[in-house]
Design a protein around this ligand. Structure first.
Ligand code: PEP
Ligand code: MN
Length: 343
């Protein structure tokens, strides 16, 4: 349910509204818009239908949200959400992030080398996996906490916020100690225990679309995180399974304006995992920005043939630098806020 407050509702009345909601056994999230304040009420749908919410002073209207996702919906928040990732980097509402780095953290020297190069090219978020979701149990599984420490160190050195994947609810506390943003991988998009666990943290969550997930499935997974109390969810399109084997996955670019029409949450496009092909990544990155994406996520490696994972889809640093120039030009056309390139 969404409660629309009266335009002259005072802070004291708002407090009374939220106290009453809690007394009734529900939880709430407040959305302060330009003209109106909304309160999203979360709880058992049947009980909510019969709750006397309209009788609380200061309440103008109580609306049922038809969509199964409530807090993620545009009805709850009309304005695009903007999140701060640290080091002055923002996403959403015209702020564009460029996430780049290796698939996996492999060692201090190679990580630093790649990070320095992507930062110089204009990337503003550094990625790297310390826990890797590999198809084969015999493949490299990641450096674990040692990798997290390296990523944190290099991110701090270069003043870049970092993002890394968390695969298991038992790892959330550990990863949260190091990262600026949690990544939920495609294979874990419907790991509801994991979603609730990152929902307990206060770091932004990059939620990747599952390979067979519908738009509604993705938004329902976002809802799990939001309903657990973490309001900073970023949706990520990384390709879905198709019958065609010419690309690794099928990049669904229409999901960008589709999601923007349904939700206030920012949307990132990951053409690396979507196409798996360095020859297609540049055009799909530019198309992603033209479609309105709030961020582009690209794997970069200075020696792809030696990469521990996803080497064949990595861009080389000079290719990435060239692409950033083009992305910045399209982003400017799209009216995005672009930070100056490092001196
Ligand atoms: C990754 O970002 O390295 C990754 C494994 O992504 P996905 O979950 O989209 O496959
Ligand atoms: Mn990868």
């Amino acid at each position: 349910m969404i409660i629309v407050l009266k335009p002259d509702c005072t802070e004291a009345q708002l407090k009374h509204v939220t106290d009453s909601i809690q007394e009734m056994g529900f939880r709430y999230e407040i959305s302060k818009g330009q003209h109106r304040t909304l309160v999203g009420v979360i709880g058992d749908e049947d009980k909510l239908r019969n709750a006397p919410l309209k009788a609380i002073p200061g309440v103008e209207e109580v609306m049922g949200v038809l969509k199964p996702y409530k807090l993620a919906s545009k009805e709850f928040r009309q304005q695009p959400s903007i999140f701060d990732l640290g080091h002055g980097v923002k996403i959403g509402g015209g702020h564009l992030i460029l996430i780049a780095g290796p698939c996996a953290i492999e060692g201090a020297e190679i990580l630093r080398d790649i990070a320095v190069k992507v930062k110089a090219a204009g990337a503003n978020v550094l990625r790297g996996g310390a826990f890797k979701p590999r198809t084969s149990p015999y493949s490299f599984q990641g450096m674990g906490e040692d990798g997290l420490k390296l990523l944190r160190e290099v991110g701090d050195e270069l003043q870049m916020p970092i993002v890394t994947e968390v695969m298991d609810p038992r790892q959330v506390e550990l990863v949260d100690k190091y990262t600026d943003m949690h990544q939920i991988g495609a294979r874990n998009m419907q790991n509801f225990n994991l979603l609730s666990e990152v929902g307990q943290t206060r770091k932004p969550v990059l939620l990747k679309r599952g390979m067979s997930a519908t738009v509604e499935d993705l938004l329902m997974s976002a809802e799990y995180i939001l309903a657990s109390g973490n309001q900073q969810v970023i949706l990520c399109e990384r390709g879905i399974r198709s019958f065609d084997k010419s690309t690794r996955n099928l990049l669904d670019l229409s999901i960008v304006p589709n999601l923007h029409g349904l939700s206030h949450l920012p949307v990132v496009v990951d053409p690396s995992h979507a196409t798996g092909r360095p020859d297609l990544i540049p055009s799909m990155s530019l198309a992603g920005i033209a479609a309105g994406a709030d961020g582009i996520h690209i794997e970069v490696h200075s020696c792809p043939e030696k990469a521990a994972s996803d080497g064949p889809q990595a861009l080389l640093p000079p290719q990435y630098a060239e692409l950033v120039k083009q992305m910045r030009a399209i982003a400017t056309l799209m009216g995005k806020t672009i930070d100056p390139l490092p001196a």
